[in-house]
Design a binder for this molecule. Structure first.
Ligand SMILES: Cc1cc2nc3c(=O)[nH]c(=O)nc-3n(C[C@H](O)[C@H](O)[C@H](O)COP(=O)(O)OP(=O)(O)OC[C@H]3O[C@@H](n4cnc5c(N)ncnc54)[C@H](O)[C@@H]3O)c2cc1C
Length: 429
């Protein structure tokens, strides 16, 4: 092809709604496929859920959130004032339809299917991140940190053994350590630990917000555009350019991708897709001067929270609060995080008022699987959202799979489990 004919050939365009870790990895993957890409978000890149997560590539989280064992634990978690799960009563009536689907998802055949689908994405997630970060020269954001999952009560020994066995079956290595071995590996923990599991192959990001900013910078350096605007509606057309309505007027592109995290379902309603997306609100404390408090991420199996040493400080993360998108953060959650941190850390300093407090919205579907798909009737309208606790882990692999789908290539793995119509059929003619 000559230079002149190359120049006259119009580059296909794509518009990505959402500049979180999922939207930005999708935008970069589409650039790699040759698209001229614009990202539109009402906030700057990375200011949604992707800002404040625990930065951990949680490839060992292969079980869907709804399992019979988890449902049995729910009453105890809800009754404990510092328990990891919360259902604010004000939101309960709106949550009920989702809860019914969530409970139904705990049937054993559905759990098996969900586990296979999560494990398949997680198994490819690290390699996809390595490709993405190598491509933009940001490999230093990823750290081979390992991970410690600890128990305080010796009664949890059988649970730890069974968990390691279960994960081994899925190719995930975890070694049982006693209290002395944990003390030797992690001097930052206090003396309350009974035993734990060590995951030697685990990875973390050094700072999830900086990560998204670097994705965005690389995207812009390659000619990508980022527009600050609220998207009010998708206006799909069967032929020609797709249109979205923003607060500043319409935008058009050959392809549109919705990667709007916990808000995605609102946009899908207008295109005939009823997707039962809820949010699991999660909270964090960041202790700015405690970067060196721990040598690797540490999770508590009993308290269900995680502490990750990051460039920006020690981050203490927890809670699954099914409270919707508009309720203000509930202050006592920060007190609970302080209490959990104080119980596990050898040195409590930094848990005072200097700790930064944050709450964010995990986008979660009742079966715990994301949506990675295209509209059943409008071939150039695509979706990448609903990654629950695993959005950071699964963003880069999601982006590769979705980009293949956009250009009509066969994705590198079967993505039928992540289809958008698995909850209800499309009602647009
Ligand atoms: C406390 C906590 C800890 C977590 N820890 C981990 C972890 O360790 N590992 C892991 O893998 N995952 C973790 N997660 C989950 C992970 O953070 C999320 O799954 C992930 O960030 C979702 O990314 P996203 O890009 O889909 O959504 P977001 O980051 O929320 O991005 C969505 C973007 O869409 C924009 N948007 C929405 N609607 C519109 C609209 N109409 N117009 C314009 N813009 C719009 C929003 O402004 C936002 O910027 C955690 C989450 C929380 C809350």
């Amino acid at each position: 092809m000559t230079r002149a004919s190359q120049a006259s050939e119009r580059r296909e365009t794509a518009l990505v709604v959402g500049a979180g870790v999922v939207g930005m990895t999708v935008a970069l993957a589409l650039q790699r496929k040759g698209f001229a890409v614009t990202v539109v978000d009402r906030q700057a890149p990375g200011e949604g859920a992707s800002f404040g997560n625990a930065g951990f590539l949680a490839v060992e989280l292969i079980d869907p959130l709804a399992t019979p064992a988890m449902l049995r634990k729910v009453p105890r978690l809800l009754l404990d004032p510092h328990g990891a799960a919360a259902l604010p009563p004000r939101y309960l009536p709106r949550l009920l339809p989702w809860l019914i689907r969530f409970v139904a998802a705990a049937k054993s055949a559905r759990v098996r299917h969900g586990r296979e689908a999560l494990a398949a994405l997680n198994a490819e997630s690290l390699k996809a991140w390595q490709r993405c970060l190598a491509d933009i020269g940001a490999d230093d954001e990823l750290l081979a940190s390992g991970y410690l999952l600890v128990w305080e009560s010796p009664e949890g020994m059988a649970q730890a053994r069974a968990h390691a066995e279960h994960l081994r079956h899925w190719g995930i290595e975890a070694t049982l350590l006693d209290a002395d071995e944990i003390r030797a590996r992690e001097p930052g923990l206090g003396d309350t630990i009974s035993h734990g599991l060590w995951f030697p192959n685990a990875h973390q990001m050094r700072d999830p917000f900086v990560l998204v900013q670097r994705l965005a910078k690389a995207f812009e350096a390659r000619g990508g555009g980022i527009q600050l605007a609220e998207v009010n509606a998708l206006e799909p057309r069967e032929m020609g350019l797709q249109q979205v309505q923003t607060e500043h007027g319409p935008l058009e592109a050959d392809h549109v991708v919705v990667a709007a995290g916990a808000w995605s379902h609102k946009l899908l309603k207008g295109v005939g897709l009823d997707v039962p997306l809820e949010t699991e609100r999660g909270y964090h404390l960041t202790l700015p001067r405690r970067q060196l408090a721990l040598k690797q991420p540490v999770g508590s199996a009993e308290r269900r929270f995680v502490m990750t040493p990051m460039r920006c400080g020690l981050r203490i993360v927890g809670f699954t609060e099914l409270g919707g998108l508009s309720l203000a953060p509930i202050k006592r959650r920060y007190r609970s995080l302080r209490r959990h941190g104080a119980a596990l850390l050898a040195d409590e300093s930094g848990l005072d008022a200097s700790a930064e407090e944050w709450m964010g919205f995990r986008p979660t579907l009742p079966d715990s699987l994301p949506v990675i798909d295209s509209h059943p009737r409008v071939a150039s309208l695509h979706f990448a959202f609903g990654h629950q606790h695993l959005g950071l882990t699964q963003a880069a692999i999601t982006a590769e799979l979705l980009a293949a789908r956009v250009v009509g290539e066969k994705p590198a793995m079967d993505i039928s489990a992540y289809r958008v119509t698995r909850f209800s059929r499309c009602c647009v003619d």
